[in-house]
Design a protein around this ligand. Structure first.
Ligand code: NAP
Length: 251
């Protein structure tokens, strides 16, 4: 227990790999005490690691309890733990669909509800890791897109509701970043090779930290992706559909 330490506390879910790992290291480098949450143990040093499954209500309450015991506060909550699902809507397994929504949507709402008392006390920030796939449909990833569109809508509506407490909400929409994410996804399909898949998790983490510091409400990563997603969705959706269906061998 270290309640006299003035360093802010960031609680980050999904720290055992990928983007969560990179954000934990980045927030630590920038003076945060980081409480990391995942089911398997990370391979790097954290101020506190809590082994928990964020889809379970009792685990979420334990994470709050152990965070209070550890530092008595939470200044940032990063809802990062998430999974993909590669299947057409016709193929998608209903149990996998439910598990996907449990993790990507309901656990995000549950963690936020559980941490709101601490975030209100610190006038803190909720950072939700959504996806570019929440802004533009991707074939064979429709269910994943639906979960991430839900996350971004959750962010945008939550932001207004908690403003009166001084709590901020930052919605983050990354494009493809090389983390091995697709190999851990639900569903039997796997994505075709994509030229965008080599972006660096550490550069992403630095961009999120910078956006938090600047008090931004939303960001895409890389920054230019927002304009591309908008252009494709509203200006040339037919061309996008044509090439994308071909790429997924659905044409
Ligand atoms: N990589 C990309 O291209 C990309 C693009 C856009 C958005 N995103 C989003 O970014 C987030 C992180 O993705 P990533 O690429 O870093 O994936 P990742 O490397 O597969 O990491 C996922 C993390 O979530 C944790 N996790 C999974 N289920 C959990 C559960 N029930 N309870 C607690 N932790 C759980 C995993 O740890 P354990 O298995 O040890 O629990 C792991 O640490 C996800 O929300 C993803 O949708 C990723």
């Amino acid at each position: 227990m270290n309640h006299s330490n003035p360093a802010p506390v960031a609680v980050i879910t999904g720290v055992s790999s990928g983007l969560g790992r990179a954000m934990a290291l980045c927030f630590r480098r920038n003076g945060f005490r980081v409480v990391g949450v995942s089911r398997s143990q990370p391979d790097f040093e954290l101020d506190l690691w809590i082994g928990a499954d964020v889809t379970k209500a009792e685990d979420r309450l334990r994470v709050v309890h152990e965070t209070v015991e550890f530092g008595g506060r939470a200044d940032v909550l990063v809802n990062n733990a998430g999974k993909g699902l590669y299947a057409t809507w016709e193929e998608a397994d209903m149990e996998e669909l439910k598990s996907l929504f449990e993790l990507n949507v309901f656990a995000v709402a549950g963690m936020t509800q559980a941490f709101l008392p601490l975030l209100k006390a610190s006038r803190g920030t909720v950072i939700n890791i959504s996806s570019a796939a929440g802004r533009l449909w991707v074939f064979c990833m429709g269910a994943y897109c639906a979960t991430k569109a839900s996350v971004s809508m959750f962010s945008d509506s939550l932001r207004g509701e908690v403003r009166r407490y001084g709590v901020r909400v930052l919605d983050v929409s990354p494009g493809q970043i090389n983390t091995g994410f697709s190999s851990r996804s639900f569903g039997r399909r796997r994505p075709p090779d994509s030229p965008g898949a080599s972006a660096d998790p550490d550069a992403f983490a630095r961009a999120v930290y910078k956006a938090w510091k600047r008090g931004r409400k939303s960001m895409t990563y890389p920054g230019w992706l927002g304009a591309v997603l908008f252009g494709v969705r509203y200006l040339v959706p037919g061309i996008y559909n044509h090439f994308s269906l071909k790429m997924w061998k659905l044409k």
